[in-house]
Design a protein around this ligand. Structure first.
Ligand code: TYM
Length: 335
């Protein structure tokens, strides 16, 4: 079993990333290591170049996001933690796969459509071909499983299409078709201000998301001001179907508590948000507070975090380079 996943080092880690992906990464690293497999987790700094960036901020964010992953429980003895730019095979394989990926497939990507909006001509070419690099990230390790939030599932289907077409076109059995692993507890955490938009780093409103660096007071305030309705909680999750903001808070509670949403509504049925929100805030503070405190300590020694990434990058490269060499040979490159 080989597990690979990435996160863009733009902004801070938020609760959507944590519950949708990172919690799964942490949970998997022990089992996979025990079963003799590998977990590789990386900061997708090359992907961050597809939108406007400040070079100093990108460098700092990469270290800060790596520290946040360590604080959340990623153990560099069990998992390989690195930044994408350090392993040149990602970008090299990406270029080879540009010859396999089809424009029509890219045109169908909902993330591209959402991010580009009406101004397609004004976007970077990289934003359009973003999924090809993501396919390379995964295929270069012959990855079997990719733990992600639901929003990345379409990109992984694209990666599977690229892998299958490459194998067929060049008559090889080289790339493994990766399986997405989407957390059932928290497939998609929504904005605290709008139950129809996912919690996202690119939302201009800070009140829409909880950061792992938020103070206890900020967490409590964001939940207090979260948009909800005046109805009390029902006794079934199905009854929340038309109440997306209310449903989102129940999902968050359930994912933090390690319970099912059904168990949560059964526990709080009949209560209004005036009492549910403070209970949710207390639970979030109890879970996120220790992560924030570890993160603060880790950021006292950024050099040590950079060293962990360098070591992880070397280990990742030894796993990636043989696949890159096979792909180069398959397409007839003399390198
Ligand atoms: P990114 O940086 O947007 O998010 C990192 C992870 O967090 C998940 N996530 C969420 N899950 C639930 N609810 C939310 N509101 C929410 N917001 C984010 C994402 O699904 C993701 O798992 N393209 C990727 C990074 C990437 C990658 C890869 C992932 C690059 N190469 C290869 C897997 C494999 C991205 O931008 O994730």
């Amino acid at each position: 079993m080989r597990v690979v996943s990435g996160i863009q080092p733009t902004g801070n880690l938020h609760l959507g990333n944590y519950l949708g992906a990172i919690k799964q990464w942490v949970a998997m690293q022990d089992d996979v290591a025990k079963a003799g497999g590998d977990c590789l987790f990386f900061l997708a700094d090359l992907h961050a170049l597809t939108v406007a960036i400040d070079p100093k901020e990108l460098a700092a964010n990469t270290i800060e996001m790596a520290a946040a992953l360590l604080a959340a429980g990623i153990d560099p003895e069990k998992a390989i933690l690195f930044n994408q730019a350090r392993v040149a095979a990602h970008a090299e394989l990406c270029w080879i796969l540009q010859g396999t990926a089809r424009m029509g497939w890219l045109n169908r990507m909902t993330q591209w459509k959402d991010k580009a909006g009406k101004n397609r001509d004004g976007q970077s070419a990289g934003l359009f071909t973003y999924p090809v690099l993501m396919a390379a990230d995964v295929l270069v390790y012959k990855t079997t499983h990719v733990p992600v939030g639901e929003d990345q599932k379409q990109h992984l289907e694209f990666a599977r299409d690229v892998a299958a077409k490459f194998n067929t076109d060049f008559g090889v059995d080289l790339f493994v078709l990766p399986e997405p692993l989407v957390s059932t507890a928290a497939p998609r955490i929504m904005s605290l201000r709008d139950g129809s938009a996912k919690m996202s780093k690119s939302d201009p409103s800070e009140m829409s998301r909880i950061h792992l660096t938020d103070s206890d007071d900020a967490i409590a305030q964001k939940f207090r001001k979260a948009r909800t309705d005046a109805e009390p909680l029902p006794d079934t999750v199905a009854a929340l179907a038309e109440r997306p903001e209310a449903k989102n808070l129940v999902t968050i509670y359930a994912a933090l508590a390690g319970k099912t949403p059904d168990a949560v509504v059964a526990e709080f049925a009949g209560q209004g948000f005036g009492s549910f929100k403070p209970t949710l805030a207390d639970l979030a503070i109890a879970t996120l507070g220790p992560i924030r405190d570890r993160l603060t300590r880790l950021l006292d020694d950024r050099g040590a975090v950079a060293q962990i990434l360098a070591r992880g990058g070397d280990r990742a490269a030894t796993l990636a380079n043989p696949t890159l060499a096979e792909a180069q040979a398959a397409v007839g490159l003399q390198v």
